[in-house]
Design a protein around this ligand. Structure first.
Ligand code: HEC
Length: 272
């Protein structure tokens, strides 16, 4: 006859108490002492590493643990692509999957929060006594799938190609052909400037770029205005109520004119 659950629980609990009495180690002072010694060792190791790093290096001249600092950061760069540390690659790639501004919320808050809630709830919904892995197919499959998907996302994040300005330039002939400005050298020059000037850090164009900070897709921008308007716009975006985009006046009139021609020639593939 199977015993009912309550009886089993009481019996198990009594046996557990008995075990603790016979073989258990008291939390105080034993465990506390262990933790204190271990924490102390960890702090000593970190301190020792810091001392070695500091006295073995000198400024940018590296010691065995690296230099004090590297080259000063260049705040004016438009070609730098920030990358996260490797343990964030899976989140980083999640963000690339949900790249549309309205869906970023899903990747940053939605999925991680749902995962955490499921974990926090685990002791409340998984209340069976069974602990052998093979007897818990749902939990095991969920755990394996989680680890697998994190591994795949980490791998994809680590190998993801960044659209650097130098790589974007190679797309210019394709843009020129699809937009139909291949026979307009000014517009082609403008397209090259566009690829190299960091515009695609905010804007999207022909499926490239970031779509950040509310910057619109420029693939069909030429349908809305002419080249001289775009030159004025790029010279002083703030005058057009755009406080996000900096002025590109430093590119010079000639380059701005080329950019203007390029934007005016970008009427989208559909209109051709
Ligand atoms: C820091 C982000 C950022 C960068 C970099 C940037 N833009 Fe913009 N741009 C914006 C935003 C945001 C808007 C929309 C502003 C608005 O709607 O008022 C915009 C608007 C524009 C518009 C007007 C679109 C329209 O609907 O009239 C043009 C044209 C434009 N950008 C071209 C460029 C070019 C060319 C470059 C590179 C030389 C560039 N942008 C770089 C953020 C940026």
């Amino acid at each position: 006859m199977a015993r009912d659950l309550g009886e089993l629980n009481r019996e198990d609990f009594a046996r557990y108490k008995d075990d603790v009495k016979k073989e258990g180690k008291p939390f105080f002072p034993r465990a506390i002492f262990h933790d204190t010694v271990m924490s102390f060792i960890v702090v000593c190791v970190i301190t020792a590493l810091a001392v070695i790093w500091y006295y073995d290096a000198d400024g940018v001249k590296p010691g065995i643990l690296g230099p004090w600092y590297t080259e000063p950061a260049d705040p004016g760069t438009t070609d730098f692509v920030p990358r996260p540390d490797w343990y964030f690659y899976f989140l980083f790639y999640l963000l690339r999957i949900f790249k549309w501004p309205e869906t970023v919320f899903i990747a940053t808050v939605g999925i991680p929060t749902i995962g955490l809630m499921l974990l926090i709830g685990l002791p409340f919904y998984d209340r069976r006594r069974e602990r052998r892995p093979l007897h818990r197919p749902v939990a095991m499959v969920a755990a394996v799938l989680t680890i697998l998907s994190m591994a795949v996302l980490t791998w994809k994040g680590a190998t993801a190609k960044e659209a650097l300005g130098s790589e974007l330039v190679t797309l210019v002939p394709k843009w020129a052909e699809e937009q139909g400005f291949a026979d307009n050298p000014e517009a082609v020059k403008g397209a090259e400037l566009f690829a190299q000037s960091g515009c695609l850090n905010c804007h999207t164009y022909m499926g490239q770029g970031a779509g950040n900070l509310g910057a619109p897709n420029l693939s069909e921008i030429g349908a809305t205005n002419d080249a001289s308007y775009f030159v004025q716009y790029l010279t002083n975006p703030a005058a057009f109520g755009n406080t996000v985009m900096g002025s590109y006046a430093y590119l010079g009139q000639e380059n701005l004119a080329a950019l203007g021609d390029f934007l005016a020639a970008s009427k989208g593939t559909s209109s051709k």
